[in-house]
Design a protein around this ligand. Structure first.
Ligand SMILES: Nc1ncnc2c1ncn2[C@@H]1O[C@H](COP(=O)(O)OP(=O)(O)OP(=O)(O)O)[C@@H](O)[C@H]1O
Length: 376
């Protein structure tokens, strides 16, 4: 995939802006707070319909404006395409419109149309942070290339919400328990399908992330990645893909067993919304024991494997967005990263100091100052 042109209207600190991407590597450089990350955010928004750094879409609308728009032209193997994201106010309310190739579309169909992988300093949280961030990492990766997975997730979230509200109704208002059996059946079926897709994704991810991590660590450290599930009694276990034939029955039984507990808590205590993706460096849990540098390498290895994963599954490389990460990497890892990109992956980079990104003939540089972009 190759982005050719980006146009912004009232997006963050940009009034009107138009950028043509003529090379495989595009560098936006400039001082802090000038609008470099805003550019990557607008591309991420065009790909996923959400920001990589806030849940509040309104924050992306330029101060004192009524709405904003992002228009992205790009090429896939099957030809040229455009995505038009628009947020506007009507009768005092915000509305969102997504168009692909000029036709209105839904969030579901939009989600996997343009593939991008973003790597930013906050991605260290994939290793250090809560399990929810690692689940999000997996979910975004799989959804990018698998619309069925996206639909399963949407269904699962709806079922969990409905089941939890029923659990509270039973606890607080003495509602009958019988309807739980039907909910548990559907929830278990959906959970089992999601789990199988996650484990398949993990197998492909490991094939790439483990050797890439070894290289990034200068062949010193080893990485292991495991999918961790919570059992009924608080125990943990690690399913393997080949042993997941009866996961639906497993979930049905587990939900039945813990029904009383769930009613008391008013929430569902097991399921794919509680699982984790554990990483181990030299056999120690990297969340607790790895150094900052090892955690950064691990996050980078996961992101780079995401690129290869998208390529493997969709047949095309995604666009790589590198937000302010070059200054955090030492020379060795910067070179490894640049070697990995190697002209095959369109890469858009933000950086303070442009000299950190040497030009081997395929770079273009833009200076960013107070929301004005100048080719330089
Ligand atoms: N909704 C908005 N309307 C107008 N300006 C905004 C809005 N949101 C953020 N900004 C401005 O955008 C600028 C920050 O942009 P951005 O995060 O892209 O900076 P950056 O160049 O990447 O900086 P750094 O190198 O520090 O990461 C700030 O000046 C901020 O005030």
């Amino acid at each position: 995939m190759k982005i050719n042109k980006l146009q912004l209207v009232n997006f963050r600190n940009y009034d009107h802006c138009s950028v043509a991407f003529d090379k495989m590597v595009t560098v936006f450089y400039g001082k802090n707070g000038q609008g470099k990350t805003n550019i990557l955010e607008s591309i991420f928004y065009s790909a996923f319909g959400l920001s990589h750094r806030t849940n509040k879409e309104d924050e992306m609308v330029k101060f004192s404006s009524e709405g904003m728009a992002v228009l992205l032209d790009f090429a896939k193997e099957d030809g040229s395409h455009s995505i038009h994201m628009k947020r506007f106010t009507e009768n005092g309310k915000y509305h969102k419109e997504i168009k692909i190739d000029g036709k209105k579309t839904t969030a579901k169909d939009h989600y996997s149309f343009l593939n991008t992988v973003m790597f930013s300093p906050e991605d260290l949280q994939i290793i250090k942070g809560d399990p929810s961030l690692r689940r999000r990492f997996m979910d975004m990766e799989i959804s990018q290339t698998d619309p069925v997975y996206y639909a399963l997730l949407v269904r699962y979230r709806r079922l969990i919400k409905q089941r939890n509200s029923l659990l509270k109704g039973i606890r607080d208002h003495n509602q009958p328990q019988e309807p739980l059996t039907a909910w548990d059946e559907e929830l278990s079926d959906t959970a089992a399908q999601i789990l199988i897709k996650r484990l398949d994704n993990l197998r492909k991810l490991k094939e790439i992330a483990i050797p890439v991590f070894h290289i990034l660590s200068d062949k010193i450290d080893s990485l292991e990645i495991k999918y961790e599930m919570k059992g009924n009694n608080g125990g943990l276990f690690y399913p393997e893909e080949e042993k997941t034939d009866n996961m639906k029955d497993f979930y049905i039984e587990s939900l039945k067993e813990r029904r009383f507990k769930d009613i008391m808590q008013g929430s569902t205590g097991i399921g794919i919304h509680r699982d984790d993706l554990k990483t181990y460096i030299n056999e120690a849990d990297s969340r607790s024991f790895a150094s900052q540098g090892q955690q950064r390498c691990c996050a980078l290895a996961l992101k780079l494997s995401q690129i290869e994963y998208v390529k493997k599954v969709s047949g095309e490389y995604p666009v790589l967005l590198l937000d302010d990460v070059m200054s955090e990497l030492d020379q060795y890892r910067r070179n490894q990263l640049i070697g990995f990109i190697n002209d095959k992956v369109q890469t858009i980079i933000t950086v303070n100091d442009k000299t950190l990104i040497p030009d081997f003939g395929s770079n273009q540089y833009f200076n960013v100052e107070k929301g004005i972009i100048t080719l330089n």
